[in-house]
Design a binder for this molecule. Structure first.
Ligand code: MN
Ligand code: MN
Length: 267
């Protein structure tokens, strides 16, 4: 197996409401290596730093989303040349679009498991097709994923419900979710917008949407993947807003997710 790679994405130029996710890579690394927690996952996998490679952060030299898109696509493309799974940390949810573009060039089949309060399926938000509210519309209209499974959703608008129909998205609204992750197979990508969690568990986010998942529900969902016949080819942890965090609680949620996701990649 190739060694997983972690990539920091300090980009929040596509955020519609507040900046802040650009600070997440530093905050999550500090939480991860801060000494308050160990490097063993709940499922018993060692994710000590010598078992994966930290590529550092990509350098965003422009506020222009089209430039950021190319920076991320090219950066991920280089990172996965050897077939390594890629775990990105930080950024607003815009980043998932170019990541998936890079991954799709290597995988004929690709399923995305997307945790979020929001479907992020707007064709455009306030006229902006590059918004962090639109990445999954861009992904699906370009045919970059065969399946998109969404969990944690509690903000679907009529327009976004139309998009769900248009793209055949498997959107599971949190109000009626039974706790089961649908059976997934083949190459799988996991995208975690931490606002899938209730703000009580993750206050360092830009868009408070009460009534969310518990940290336990999210971690249990990731653990369900360990029992499926799939390959985790990549994952992201996005939308941690360090300017809104309280006692680095959300950075530590990010670190926990990084550990569990690395554990899935390594087992
Ligand atoms: Mn999102
Ligand atoms: Mn969200």
């Amino acid at each position: 197996m190739s060694v997983p790679k972690l990539l920091g994405l300090p980009w929040d130029g596509s955020s519609s409401f507040l900046r802040g996710p650009a600070g997440a890579p530093d905050a999550v690394r500090t939480a991860l290596h801060g000494g308050s927690a160990n490097y063993t996952t709940e499922l018993g996998v060692q994710v000590d730093p010598d078992r994966w490679i930290d590529l550092g952060d990509l350098d965003f030299t422009s506020e222009e989303p089209a430039v950021a898109h190319e920076t991320i696509r090219a950066g991920v493309d280089a990172a996965i040349l050897d077939g390594a799974p890629i775990l990105s940390v930080g950024g607003d949810h815009f980043v998932t679009w170019p990541i998936i573009e890079a991954l799709r060039s290597r995988h004929d089949q690709l399923t995305i498991l997307h945790f979020d309060a929001h479907p992020d399926l707007y064709d455009a938000l306030d006229g902006n097709r590059w918004s962090h509210a639109c990445p999954f519309a861009r992904i699906m209209e370009a045919g970059l994923a065969d399946r998109l499974v969404q969990l944690g959703i509690r903000t679907a608008t009529p327009h976004q419900r139309e998009q769900v129909e248009r793209f055949g998205v498997e959107m599971h609204e949190l109000r009626s979710w039974d706790g089961a992750v649908p059976e997934l197979s083949g190459p799988v990508y996991v995208s975690v917008d931490v606002d899938a969690l209730d703000p009580a568990f993750a206050p360092g986010i830009s868009h408070f949407e009460p009534g969310g998942m518990s940290s336990r529900q999210l971690i249990d969902s990731l653990h369900q993947l360990a029992g499926m016949d799939l390959t985790l080819v990549g994952a992201d942890v996005v939308e941690i807003n360090v300017d809104r965090d309280v006692h680095d609680m959300t950075a530590m949620v990010g670190a926990k997710l990084v550990r569990e996701l690395l554990g899935l990649m390594l087992s």
